[in-house]
Design a protein around this ligand. Sequence first.
Ligand code: ZN
Length: 490
Amino acid sequence: MKIHIPTPLRVYAGKQDVVDVHANTVGGALEQLTSAHPELKKHLYTEQGKLRSFVNVYLNDEDVRYLEGHENAPVKESDSISIIPSIAGGSASAISPEALAEGQLPELTTDDLIRYSRHLILPDVGEEGQRKLKAARVLCVGTGGLGAPLSYYLAAAGVGTIGLVDFDVVDLSNLQRQIIHSTPDVGRLKIDSAAEKLKALNPYLNVVKYNTMLTSANALEIFKDFDIIADGTDNFQTRYLVNDACVLSGYKPNVYGSIFRFEGQASVFATEEGPCYRCLYPEPPPPGLVPSCAEGGVLGILPGLVGVIQATEAIKLILGKGDSLIGRLLLVDSLSMRFRELKLRKNPDCPLCGTHPTVTKLIDYDQFCGISPVEKTSMEVPLKNGIPQITPEELKRRKDAGENVFVLDVREPYEYKIANIGGYLLPLGELPVRAAEVDRDQKIVVHCKMGGRSQQAAEFLKQAGYQHVENLAGGITAWSDKVDPSVPKY
Ligand code: ZN
């Protein structure tokens, strides 16, 4: 009788697609096959001699598991046996099918058996699941509030390869929530600090560091080495970039989380069967409408809560177990401690994953999100929405030269207490009612922490008829970096 060998396993069967054997039972036939090709044995059977769960054996057109006597079922010379490597458990695992089908899952070491013993006794994880985790490759975009708990728990759970993308350095104000970084890490690259903590927790991890901003130019190249992408970013440009790159990479699951003040969201986007982020939000909000965490604040534990939900979803996708958040948007309100969910549907008109997609390659996400590129004037002072963007060095030069310049600080009073450069404090939110405090005829330089709120204030003043309004690019943070390091950064 004939045994059909599937493509991925042929390399272990002398490159044959069909092997001839003579036996009375299914088990006897397989025994002959594996004694002629011992390499095949460890891909088909566990060490306990059981058929691996991702391998199905068919006698003619019937699964052997449904035959009377199972492997002891009798066979005739005219029968044929087919070995069909499947993706375990019915629910698809996010690991590449090659890794599963070829029986290439890494073995567990003795250390692994001890380290993951609480997983191994869970029926839905077990040895097979733990080996899937070990084979899995998850990319964490951002090592901030969400990326910290997310990557930490993935490392603890035994996800074998964790990629980290970040270009930022650890700042003292990050430590309120980005728990993977510690006080001695302030000033270090976040990816270095995070990689060190992950390796300390789990030395067998493969941590891949990308010291860069994720861009349209590098996203597809970076994504290709990962099975799942976890989005822990805090801006719309990167969020759309991650989503689009996931879909364009052939539907890599995008495990999404976002946080603002006391509220969070989580979902799984960009799977073939489910919606993508653009199905939910085809267009980004106009810039300035949704403040960032730096401007709006965030409760420190909230990214912990949402990041752990993301880690849970990533692990379920790897195991191919449970109901994932595909097609559901989970809303977390930490103040009321209420979890709600919304049903999400794949939008057939989605510009990215719909039936007639118009987005077929990565685009300029700054432009898409309305972040205007810096315009140049003839005097080489960059303009943004018509507002000159002056450097900290230029402001210092004017101050030193005794020029008459009115520095307007639009931050909050608590920020002013941490650090100030002697500006006139008038928080952005109070500007519309207190604008009269600012003399129209003065030359005004507006600043905030990073330059975002001050840009809004400058645009407001210009519209209100103020003639000489400029924005301090990079805010007091840039001032500290470029002019006076004694001004604390926060
Ligand atoms: Zn879509």
